[in-house]
Design a protein around this ligand. Structure first.
Ligand SMILES: Cc1cc2nc3c(=O)[nH]c(=O)nc-3n(C[C@H](O)[C@H](O)[C@H](O)COP(=O)(O)OP(=O)(O)OC[C@H]3O[C@@H](n4cnc5c(N)ncnc54)[C@H](O)[C@@H]3O)c2cc1C
Length: 601
């Protein structure tokens, strides 16, 4: 029997015990739902993942898409599998009924997508990027644009992309040079080159709708001069049929170490007369609109990273339970049978670490989804604004903690399998290669750390920062009352106090010292903040588990709950102390990186 993709019990724990998704059914938007419909959505996602994606997982990796000079070629099973997602109604589970959606809360939809993302995070990119593209146009486009572009994307006929990166503008989008000129018909003609565009070209759909960042001729330099355009691969005729090809040419595909389920294209816009482009919203506000999509994509990146880590954990756990090798140190009898490797404490260390990282990361992403749900549908304006404040503040952490620690978890999965993990007979090396993209795209870890420390922390007089830390304090107060967990609550309180000292010091120093030096340890700050956030989420999980054990001693779930408490203890004992080391680097303005001169390296 193949290893389970992920642990269903864990998904249900998160949805029903930790994030209480059932309580959302009291809101008007979700009133048709209940636990049964949520479980049915997870069942569908699981069934499609197991039937269509699991059997082709390694084939997709071994057969990267190729450009034959005319078209993109890929194995046909990819379209069959993606069509199965469309036919199962999972293209836009959170959208309005009127747009063909199921009006599922985001947390529940994440549960429905969990198996799919875990087994095929990159192939699913065709669908998730399309969904995020639709959400942006729905928020900032005209009713005509929604009807013309979003509806066919929601129906699964068209696909969508986000096209920002250029050869000379990756992390620094302010330098992008793609240019748009207003035409007599009121639309624009666009010229320029974009690279790394996920899903940038393929024949899986009738049309591809690119959301392209460009600078209108004469616009100011920097990010304030950037506008956003809809640029379709094919133009649409007045009767809504597919028209002539727009000037969007595939210049080539990138060959990647992983992520081979998804094309990464170099696109050339407007090689002759300019590609026909339709402005979204107002001129020069493009980056602000694109942040709508990027913020959503950042949470999706975190979620994909967490689920790729979870599936690696499951695989290596399954393997460790069945691989006999060696004997315990205490056993001196060479005639005795070897033990399964899970009996070795060091193998259990690697499994427990993976559990702590992957389940902690997934809890963080679901928290992000819950905030996004509350931001839109919480009953009062105060609650909506509270959720929005925390989500905006925490997005760099939700993107980057799973992306940094997820691959570390996958690295340990390889180690658990030993030499077998290094070879492609098992998929754990593939999980690592797939996950290694996540600290890079949608803003690298370095960029996220600067966003957190320089922008999000001091923003609006520390409002997001303080609001979020207050949430942690509430948990600390509650868990202090649980005798077996009280000491862990105190440890988290101390870690928060240290974080506050570090934050106050570094922000104060930024007023008096060179900011390039003061913020040179921003990744250490991000690590510190992320680890404290994950410790909080583990404390919450442990408190739920402890209560469940006390309410129902000796139930069949007791082992599951013990696992939660054990992973929390591991995280507090082995990982939380690292925050003091990172904090010291930041607080003491350690200058090792700043002082290093380029020609010393
Ligand atoms: C597989 C894949 C899929 C992608 N999909 C898309 C997509 O669909 N659409 C799209 O538009 N783009 C996409 N990208 C592009 C991706 O977002 C960029 O690769 C990423 O933003 C980094 O830009 P870069 O590659 O130019 O690296 P650079 O910006 O050159 O960065 C290189 C290094 O320098 C660091 N660095 C750069 N600037 C700073 C700074 N100011 N301060 C501190 N450190 C800095 C970075 O952190 C990084 O470590 C994709 C990339 C890949 C690899």
């Amino acid at each position: 029997m193949p290893a389970p993709i992920i642990n269903r019990r864990d998904i249900e724990f998160f949805l029903y015990e930790m994030f209480d998704v059932e309580s959302l059914t009291s809101r008007e938007r979700y009133k048709d739902h209940d636990k049964e419909t949520f479980n049915a959505a997870i069942d569908i996602g699981q069934a499609v993942a197991e039937k269509y994606f699991l059997p082709i997982r390694q084939k997709v990796d071994a057969n990267e898409p190729i450009f034959d000079g005319e078209k993109v070629q890929m194995i046909p099973e990819i379209k069959v599998a993606l069509d199965a997602v469309v036919n199962a109604g999972l293209t836009c589970p959170t959208s309005d009924y009127g747009m063909g959606g199921m009006q599922l809360p985001l947390v529940a939809a994440s549960g429905a997508f969990a198996y799919l993302s875990a087994v095929a995070s990159t192939t699913l990119g065709y669908i998730s990027l399309t969904h995020a593209n639709c959400n942006l146009i729905e928020s900032h486009g005209t009713p005509e644009q929604i009807e013309k572009w979003v509806r066919p994307m929601r129906e699964g006929r068209f696909a969508g992309t986000m096209a920002m990166t250029e050869p000379g503008a990756g992390s620094g989008l302010a330098d992008l040079t793609t240019t748009a000129i207003k035409n007599e018909d009121g639309d624009y003609r666009l010229t320029g080159n974009k690279i790394y565009i996920s899903g940038g070209d393929h024949d899986l759909n009738e049309n591809i709708i690119h959301l392209v960042l460009a600078r209108i001729k004469g616009a100011p330099k920097g990010i304030k001069g950037i506008s956003l355009f809809i640029v379709p691969k094919f133009l649409i005729n007045n009767d809504s049929s597919i028209g002539q090809r727009n000037e969007v040419a595939l210049a080539g595909l990138f060959h990647k170490m992983g992520g081979r389920g998804h094309t990464s294209a170099a696109l050339s816009f407007g090689e002759q007369n300019g590609a026909v482009a339709y402005l979204v919203g107002e001129e020069h506000k493009g980056l602000m609109y694109m942040f709508h999509m990027m913020n959503e994509a950042r949470i999706l990146v975190g979620t994909g990273a967490a689920l790729t880590a979870l599936t690696g954990f499951q695989y290596s756990l399954d393997y460790a339970k069945e691989r006999p090798q060696g004997r315990l140190l205490s056993c001196k009898d060479p005639e005795s049978p070897p033990v399964n490797i899970i009996e070795h404490p060091d193998v259990r260390r690697m499994l427990l670490t993976q559990k702590a990282y992957s389940e902690g990361a997934y809890a963080l992403c679901l928290y992000g989804h819950q905030l996004a749900d509350d931001e839109k549908t919480a009953p009062t304006e105060i609650e909506r604004s509270h959720a929005s404040t925390i989500l905006d503040f925490l997005t760099p952490v939700i993107k980057s903690w799973p992306s940094e620690w997820g691959p570390k978890s996958n690295d340990l999965a390889i180690q658990v399998l030993g030499g077998h993990g290094y070879c492609n007979e098992h998929p754990v090396e593939l999980f690592y290669r797939d996950n290694r993209l996540n600290p890079i795209h949608e803003g690298t870890t370095g960029i996220q750390s600067l966003d957190l420390l320089c922008r999000k922390v001091p923003m609006k007089s520390f409002t997001g920062y303080n609001t979020f830390l207050n949430e942690i304090s509430k948990t600390i107060i509650e868990v202090k009352q649980v005798p077996s967990l009280s000491s862990y609550a105190s440890e988290l309180k101390s870690a928060i106090e240290n974080l506050k000292v570090v934050t106050t010091t570094v922000i104060a120093q930024s007023q008096v010292q060179h900011i390039d030096l003061v913020y040179s340890n921003s990744v250490s700050y991000l690590n510190m903040f992320g680890h404290i956030t994950i410790a909080w989420l583990w404390l919450k999980q442990a408190a739920i588990a402890q209560k469940a054990i006390e309410n129902k001693p000796h139930s069949h779930d007791e082992k599951f709950y013990n696992g939660k408490i054990q992973a929390m203890k591991y995280f507090f004992n082995s990982e939380l102390p690292l925050t003091y080391h990172w904090g010291n680097l930041v607080k003491n303005i350690d200058s090792a990186s700043y002082d290093t001169q380029a020609d010393w390296l």
